[in-house]
Design a protein around this ligand. Structure first.
Ligand SMILES: [Zn+2]
Ligand SMILES: [Zn+2]
Length: 69
């Protein structure tokens, strides 16, 4: 899979992660890794409360959208 954002810019970069929200492939440069202990939005993540943070890989667009909430 190629990085979607790089592809839009005309570059071809291998994706190293996949955004868990929209499924977009992203390269190291475009992967936002956030560790938050609360997930809002109904994604089928562990239903029980976990005691530690869950690392999440997000594309820049989704990271920005989640930050606005
Ligand atoms: Zn990229
Ligand atoms: Zn995304």
């Amino acid at each position: 899979m190629k990085c979607y954002i790089c592809a839009k810019e005309g570059r071809s970069t291998d994706a190293v992660a996949i955004c868990i929200v929209c499924g977009m492939g992203t390269c190291m440069e475009h992967t936002i890794r956030q560790e938050l202990d609360v997930w809002e939005g109904g994604y089928p993540f562990p239903a029980h409360k976990v005691g530690k943070t869950i690392p999440r890989m997000l594309c820049p667009d989704c990271a920005a959208a989640l930050r606005e909430e």
